[in-house]
Design a protein around this ligand. Structure first.
Ligand code: ADP
Ligand code: MG
Length: 271
């Protein structure tokens, strides 16, 4: 489970040479937060070799909402897992906010994830025995924030995502869309530098998908957080500033989208 990394890091403690998360101090949105250089990943199963990623080069700016688009098997999850420091590259380098994660030890990576990374999963990955407010408060445990403050922060963000009346509900007592809102609240509550989302709407109907996507983008924009969403659905891409297309482990297209503000449906058309 994802949180075992957190527990491990907490037990070992110590932030070592990992630099402070500069998300809240660095206001220059044009700085590059994620740098991927000559990245390849080859899986070996017996004598078989699968090239999941083949010489990928990407730079993502702070505050950018970026969509990695590609069919099943194109290498999207492999890329996201390496960006989040969950898997090691076969070749190449990944730097996040000046920290070279591809060279870091497992111990350091676990601490790095606590400080820098939020994750939203397709299957929500909430802890079934915990209530919504306890699930959201969990990442704050590893930031050494007092329980009363953790719960206050958790309740505040759950209200923001429209779940102020579901604080004491457990995952099985909520719909898929509600569970994913809890997942989003948990990913954003500690204001990480980057939030990664792997097929976050894969289990949701189209109406709920739109609500969840709008919510995630709003949370990212309001906090100037970088959001990287992986999906095989082209419709999801409309929410992004930028689309990176993957095919057979290679970047085949990379372009920015001019966002028209659909929220104001024409009211501010000239702005
Ligand atoms: P996507 O997320 O785009 O569907 P993945 O990144 O999961 O694609 O997989 C890319 C390729 O790498 C696929 O061919 C897949 O079979 C292979 N692959 C992924 N993970 C592993 C693994 N742990 N061991 C072996 N092959 C893998
Ligand atoms: Mg995948």
């Amino acid at each position: 489970m994802w949180y075992t990394h957190l527990v491990h890091a907490h037990a070992r403690g110590g932030l070592g040479e990992i630099p402070e998360n500069t998300n809240n101090t660095n206001t220059n949105i044009n700085t590059c937060i994620i740098k991927v250089r000559d990245l390849s990943k080859i899986y070996r199963i017996g004598k078989e070799r699968v090239t999941a990623l083949d010489d990928v080069n990407i730079e993502i700016k702070r505050g950018e909402v970026c969509c990695i688009l590609g069919v099943s098997g194109s290498g999207k999850s492999t890329l996201l897992n390496m960006l989040a420091g969950l898997e090691k590259p076969t070749k190449g380098d990944i730097t996040i906010d000046r920290y070279k994660i591809s060279a870091a030890s497992e111990k350091k990576l676990a601490v790095f994830r606590q400080k820098y990374i939020g994750f939203v999963f397709q299957s929500y990955n909430l802890i079934p025995t915990l209530t919504a407010e306890e699930n959201v408060a969990l990442p704050l445990v590893f930031r050494r924030i007092w329980k009363r403050k953790r719960m206050r922060m958790s309740r505040a963000i759950l209200k923001l995502v429209g779940l102020g009346d579901r604080l004491k509900h457990r995952p099985t007592q909520m719909s898929g869309g509600q569970q994913q809102r809890v997942g989003i609240a948990r990913a954003f509550v500690s204001k990480p530098a980057v939030v990664f989302a792997d097929e976050p709407t894969g289990n949701l109907d189209s109406k709920t998908t739109a609500e969840v996507m709008e919510l995630m983008v709003k949370m990212a924009k309001e906090n100037n957080l970088t959001l990287v969403i992986v999906t095989h659905e082209r419709d999801i891409a409309q929410y992004a500033d930028r689309i990176i297309q993957l095919k057979d482990g290679k970047v085949t297209d990379d372009y920015r989208i001019e966002r028209t503000d659909t929220d104001n449906s024409g009211e501010n058309a000239n702005e």
